[in-house]
Ligand binder design. Sequence first.
Ligand code: C2E
Ligand code: MG
Ligand code: MG
Ligand code: MG
Length: 295
Amino acid sequence: HAKAAGKRTCMCYTDSMAVDLRRRAHLISSLRRVVERGELRLVFQPQQVLADGRIDAVEALLRWDSPEHGSIQPDQFIPLAEDCGAILPIGEWVLQEACRTLAAWQRAGVSTQLSVSVNVSALQFLRSDLTQTVHAALTQSHLPPSALELELTESVLMANADVATERLQAFREMGVSIAVDDFGTGYSSLAYLHRLPINTLKIDKAFVDGLQLSGDSEDTTITTTIIAMARSLGLLVVAEGVETPEQLTFLQQQHCDLAQGYLISPPLEADACLRFILDVQQHTARHALAQPTTH
Ligand code: C2E
Ligand code: MG
Ligand code: MG
Ligand code: MG
């Protein structure tokens, strides 16, 4: 009896593994055709300057609406796309689409100061032709290099220190900014960071989640330390995943440069994001105009 039950358990286990493998294979074969089938779209999440309320940048975030699999989160399909190499054409599409969108927004009246941040995966970054892909995307949209920032995770930079320094230098020379994403989770040494030609640190949401105004949590200490470190290295610092007014107040008190998160805005469709940016632009312009009359 026990033997039969054991055997049944074992069979269920292998069955579900087979289902997982089949789903994985099916997802991968769909991912290979996702660009030409037009199943991808970008949403955009504003980053707000804490000192004056301006929207200085937006992060482009990828969405996949698959007719066969439904809506799949990037955390689920990007690792798969990375494993099978599909991330290369996908990443190229993301760069082109992000640049096209920003150029269209500029024609609709968005400040030329606004930049777009694009997430770059490990495989994409390690391929030597990324600089050409980036250059082509900018040229096709008639955008200057300063309009684009690339986001690389701290762990990608850490795992490939030598190649990373060389690649980042090429972007520095080109004039494209680099942000270190999910910062604080990857154990970078200060000496290593100091050598890297980067512009921005993005404090991981995990630390922002634990921020307390009373200032006595571990996350509060880590956040304060990252902000101080960014300042001393001459880097901009962005807090990710800001959800509460208390977190925002704390970040303002600590002179964090920018905030991104649901409190400011969730990721928005291109049209909705354009309206959001134009609204804030109008509001901050009125504010700036109103100031001289109060003297
Ligand atoms: P990430 O680059 O760290 O992006 C931030 C993630 O946090 C996004 O998730 C965003 O929607 C979410 N987020 C922003 N504010 C809040 C908040 O206040 N609360 C909460 N709970 N979440 C917030 P998303 O869009 O699901 O993307 C997940 C990850 O997938 C990204 O993390 C990035 O690593 C990757 N990814 C997204 N788009 C691309 C892409 O085009 N290329 C590559 N290589 N990776 C991408
Ligand atoms: Mg990012
Ligand atoms: Mg992040
Ligand atoms: Mg990330």
